[in-house]
Write a protein that binds this ligand. Structure first.
Ligand code: ADP
Ligand code: SF4
Ligand code: MG
Length: 371
């Protein structure tokens, strides 16, 4: 588990910067989770008919996901496009209602909160969106965008104090406070994401759910925004849920990582457990596709090529959802849903392989089909 980091180097402007190697406080066995998610399900109904709509099925976007988020840590969530990452984020933000399951915040069940009680909790859980080009209203000034959350929570910044608060936030995210009256189109992509982050911070939340916050940015700018997020985590003691499809970025920022496949969690553990000791074939396949700059390390690696496409979440395979693409699949995989648990082979052992993995035949070294 990583320890509390030193502060990353202050960075500003848009010059390419190397990604620093700091991480959040990490999960701790003695601490209570700030967020507990249990058996979360979201099925979107599939309907037919124009006047009279009949439900003919459901898109099982999220189908029984459980995880904890600890104070000060970063939980990374990875998985291919369409596996349900954004839906999980929206469920946490109450932007979608779950079909079933529970979300607890500091031990309190917040799954079905509404009205004032929901507003109070929502203040502590904020979101940073993927696309800084479409998520900022082009007709609003940066000051109005960042200050918008104060309209819902005027107690945080009374009217006369808002300008100063917004300028403080601009400064915190490395932008010139004098830019307060500018419009989004006057900023670069990286700067716009800083504005999105400033808005996310306005209410001084405890948790930030970042849904692919750097995916739309140039690689050089990605590092700067990730570094900024780490600096802010340290400064404000934030807990992050960091969603991405880029495994390298997730590894860099995360204390723990969850790997999603077709609405389910395939494997979850510390970054070391997931990246160095994966036991789920899907994680092993994803990692084998990550480019390795060092030719020697590359030579020793087997490349796993996944056959076929991701099946439709409207009609997922029986048993293990990964079985249609898994080179180790047997009849058991079609019949029994593998549970996310520490595999029996490793239970009670002091090995990094002893972490939850939803596979009947979890093992460290996969019987790999080389390309
Ligand atoms: N509002 C919706 N109505 C119907 N299907 C949806 C809706 N939102 C998402 N989906 C479907 O749910 C699945 C998961 O989507 P999403 O959570 O956006 O995945 P990801 O963020 O991992 O790419 C996809 O098949 C997507 O088409
Ligand atoms: S349960 Fe079976 S199909 Fe699923 S990942 Fe494990 S071996 Fe593959
Ligand atoms: Mg998404």
């Amino acid at each position: 588990m990583s320890t509390r980091p030193e502060k990353p180097a202050e960075e500003s402007g848009e010059k390419p910067t190397a990604v620093t190697t700091t991480k959040g406080a990490g999960a701790s066995a003695e601490r209570e989770p700030i967020l507990e998610v249990r058996d979360l399900v979201k099925h979107f109904p599939l309907t037919q008919g124009i006047l009279v709509k009949r439900q003919i099925g459901a898109v099982k976007a999220v189908d029984g996901i459980s995880f904890d988020l600890y104070p000060g840590e970063t939980l990374g969530i990875v998985g291919e496009s369409g596996c349900g990452k954004s839906t999980v984020a929206k469920l946490l933000m109450h932007l979608e209602r779950p079909t079933s399951g529970t979300i607890k915040y500091k031990g309190e069940d917040i799954t079905h909160l509404s009205g004032r009680a929901l507003r109070e909790v929502r203040r502590n859980i904020q979101m940073v969106f993927q696309d800084p080009y479409t998520s900022l209203n082009p007709r609003m000034t940066v000051g109005d965008i960042i200050g918008e959350p104060f309209d819902i929570h005027p107690d945080v910044a009374p009217k006369g104090d808002r300008r100063r608060k917004v300028q403080e936030l601009l400064d915190v995210v490395g932008l010139n406070p004098e830019y307060i009256n500018r419009y989004p189109h006057q900023f670069s992509g990286g700067q716009r994401q800083r504005i999105g982050i400033a808005r996310g911070l306005a209410l001084r939340p405890e948790i930030i759910v970042a849904d692919e916050p750097v995916s739309a940015l140039d690689v050089s700018v990605q590092a700067q925004v990730v570094n900024l997020m780490e600096k802010l985590q340290d400064e404000f003691g934030l807990s992050y849920m960091f969603i991405a499809h880029d495994l390298s970025i997730v590894r860099h920022i995360s204390d723990r990582v969850g790997v999603m496949y077709l609405g389910k969690m395939a494997e979850i553990g510390t970054d070391e457990q997931i990246y160095e000791h994966p036991t789920h074939p899907y994680t092993q396949a994803l990692l084998s596709a990550v480019p390795v700059p060092d030719p020697e390390a590359r030579d020793g690696r087997e490349r796993i090529v996944l056959e076929g496409d991701v099946p439709s979440p409207a009609n997922p395979p029986s048993g293990c959802r990964f079985r249609t693409r898994c080179w180790k699949a047997t009849d058991k995989c079609a019949e029994e849903v593998p549970l996310l648990a520490v595999p029996e082979t490793f239970a009670g052992q002091d090995t990094p392989a002893a972490h939850p993995s939803a596979c009947h035949f979890a093992e460290e070294k996969a019987a790999v089909v080389a390309a």
